[in-house]
Design a protein around this ligand. Structure first.
Ligand SMILES: Nc1ncnc2c1ncn2[C@@H]1O[C@H](COP(=O)(O)OP(=O)(O)OP(=O)(O)O)[C@@H](O)[C@H]1O
Length: 276
């Protein structure tokens, strides 16, 4: 069976506006894949379209993971297999952290018996996301970054095969960003496919092996971060100058930004190949 995540034919339109235009890409399954692109590029639209519930109408396109089209499954079965951690925190402020994490078990429980959610799985998810000490606190009493970690714990409790995250690091300090990406790599190492929208290209380069670049609602490049994240791609996609060097310890791309047109001559070891 193919160990790939293959997305095809995903579009999203609102009125005459095309938010996402026939998005398609194939990446290895069981990895952390970075989804990058400027504000308004369509990253959130793509993640929501991948869940199949982005629009009022029926799901279009396909999201094939290890040979199974997840969009072809019944909604409940699909919910068991994929989780989406969105940017906006939901209105669950009156629940405790443990209750919020327990919500991740809903697709696996009969009816809405959240109270019966397997406490072992909930505790394990809380421990992995580093929120175990906050179980009895109200979600509303936590900071934005802390709430983000709770949402990640909830997604882990769901035990998905495909984990989608919309800017999971945007409220986090640098240590917490690294912890989160490190955790996502650990999750992927257990066979889960992870797709995370990220704004920080250096974070993407450091922790992700593959990257999908979106701009103007279209997929512009896909592939290994070492091949795709070039100075030319950064300049074309974001309109800023960039020098892409090789990190001396990791061998991964290391990007230094500069105002457009101010790119210096390529540093030794920089990458100059074109994106796919
Ligand atoms: N309901 C809507 N109606 C019209 N346009 C919309 C709607 N939702 C989103 N858009 C537009 O679609 C485009 C893509 O939005 P989307 O949120 O997917 O981008 P994004 O890449 O996630 O952006 P960001 O990095 O700012 O979060 C944007 O130009 C946005 O203004």
């Amino acid at each position: 069976m193919s160990r790939e995540l293959s997305v095809s034919g995903l579009s999203r339109r609102v009125g005459d506006a095309v938010l996402l235009d026939d998005a398609a890409f194939t990446v290895p399954a069981g990895q952390v894949v970075a989804l990058v692109g400027p504000n308004g590029a369509g990253k959130s639209s793509l993640l929501r379209a991948m869940t199949g519930v982005a629009d009022r109408g029926a799901a279009t396109g396909s999201v094939v993971l290890a040979g199974v089209d997840l969009l072809g499954l019944k909604r409940r079965e699909r919910a068991r297999r994929m989780a989406l951690v969105e940017q906006e925190l939901r209105a669950e402020f009156s629940l405790t952290v443990r209750q919020v994490v327990g919500l991740g078990r809903i697709p696996h429980e009969s009816g809405w018996a959240v109270a019966s959610a397997d406490p072992g799985l909930v505790d394990a998810a809380m421990a992995r996301a580093g929120v175990a000490d906050w179980g009895d606190r109200l979600l509303s009493s936590l900071s934005g970054g802390e709430q983000q970690r709770v949402q990640l714990a909830r997604a882990l409790a769901q035990e998905p095969e495909l984990l989608l995250l919309d800017e999971p690091t945007n409220h986090l300090d640098v240590r917490a960003q690294m912890d989160t990406l490190g955790l996502l790599r650990e999750v992927a190492a257990t066979g889960v496919s992870v797709v995370a929208a990220l704004h920080d290209l250096n974070l993407a380069a450091a922790y992700c092996d593959h990257v999908v670049v979106l701009a103007g609602g279209r997929v512009r490049a896909v592939g290994d971060v070492r091949r795709v994240l070039t100075a030319e791609l950064v300049e074309e996609t974001y309109g800023v100058g960039a020098d892409v060097m090789t990190h001396p310890r990791t061998g991964r791309p290391l990007i230094a930004f500069s105002p457009s047109g101010a790119t210096t001559p390529r540093a030794q070891g920089s990458q100059a190949s074109s994106p796919a």
